[in-house]
Design a protein around this ligand. Sequence first.
Ligand code: TNX
Length: 539
Amino acid sequence: MIGCWWREAAPARAGRAIAVTAAAGVLMLTGGQGVASAGTEAAPAVVPAPASLKTVRTTSFRLTPQSQIVVQPPAREALPVASYLARILRRSTGYRLPVTTHGGHDGHDIGLQLAPTGTGPEGYRLDAGDGGVELRAGTAAGLFHGVQTLRQLLPARVEKATEQPGPWTVPGVRITDQPRFAWRGAMLDVSRHFFSVAEVKRYIDQLALYKVNTLHLHLADDQGWRLAIDSWPRLATYGGSTEVGGGPGGYYTKRDFAELIDYAADRFMTIVPEIDSPGHTNAALASYAELNCDGQAPPLYTGTSVGFSSLCVGKEITYRFLDDVIGEITAQTPNRYYHVGGDEAHSTPHEDYVTFINREQELVHAHGKRMVGWQEIAAADAAPGSVAQYWNTASGSEPGTELARTAVAKRMKIVMSPANRAYLDMQYDPDTPLGLHWAGYVEVQDAYSWDPATLVDGVGEDDVLGVEGPLWSETLDESPDIEFMAFPRLPGLAELGWSPASGRSWDEYRFRLAAQGPRWDALGINYYRSPQVPWEEVR
Ligand code: TNX
């Protein structure tokens, strides 16, 4: 079994001023928005790379003070997306940009239309040129993802919160785009350190930029229970009262949680809740003595060890507790999944573990959801359509690779989160001031240069539901910390989840990634200036 042997705590906070060395000058920037190999045609620097993008050099679009955002009927679902776009563009351009449903539009306008485009439930078509911008999708989600692409086609200063000088030009493009995988996720551990509603919303906005559609919230672990459960109130009020290092912790009220779910939904992102079990449960065990096999509540825990706690598999109250918790949470979460955790249950005998996960799966099904869990749940009688989240490193000898094949044999789906590629809490190198390194150091190239459908022998394209970047928070406690670990790796994982497998290469990607830097500067995102990324060459 893979252990997690990291150092206890990280030293200073990550600073912004990290020196960057520019890489070889063979690529050039064009028009402030694109990068291209010398002598070849410029391609706009969009991340994730669209499935098909053609630049049309003879034309371009310019936003003007007269521009409108014109929504074609049927408008009801498209209007909120148009308003979202208008809010972003108005701040930096200072233009009025009225959203209207009246009439046609001319060369200054941005048109949004819900119409079949043959690009699936999340795809879109985007044409830009001197005739205007035409964004079409079969769903509002598709329009929303198309809007994210449009943002990246505009100059980086469009992301600023205050009025900036123009011109606001979009290169001539024809884009047809749709995702490779349905689950493009990020996980945030709000247990080891608590993050406020505002901090989670900030991360949601950043994830939406890269077409991430799943936010997995790790809501309970040994160090803290972070969601109010009416039938077991002490979970939050006591179990949520501290965090790693002994800080004040915190929890989301039901209203807070509903606010997060709505905020995510407005960005076409779904929240998958996780209550880790049967291990990683000290906060619950400390809150209710009756959940312990010996009837004794342990003290709250503020360290970073794993594998010492377990719910009591033999007691019926354990399942009444789970039924209540799962019932209250699933009543709030609209999507089809509930994450049971299931990892590193080192204090639960294997037979008990299987019994426990089987019973928990029944409860998840009784509440109308599919079970998701870390790879270990594949050892239980997981149902077809349940999801195993792969977290080992695929070196070949690890238990996770076998568990992943077991999961496939059970017709489960796999979400790929290999720790040495996708774990956003891994340090970039030995000097990274935050994070852990039990799975190794994960530089930006390591995080990008792999493929979800070829990583584990016996797990192919059809078995993979998607990709997720987990961000464990033993060493992180505020937004700048989240950002420093997620950026610039998260956009690369998002691209693995969205873009076609063919034609991707680190040598090309790193220039598109570098072009994101000025956007993050404009948005105030605290990112790691990896020396692998040619930041200076795209300024
Ligand atoms: C392993 S991998 C864990 C978490 C830790 C993380 C730190 C897995 C499913 N669990 O409990 O927070 O490593 O990187």
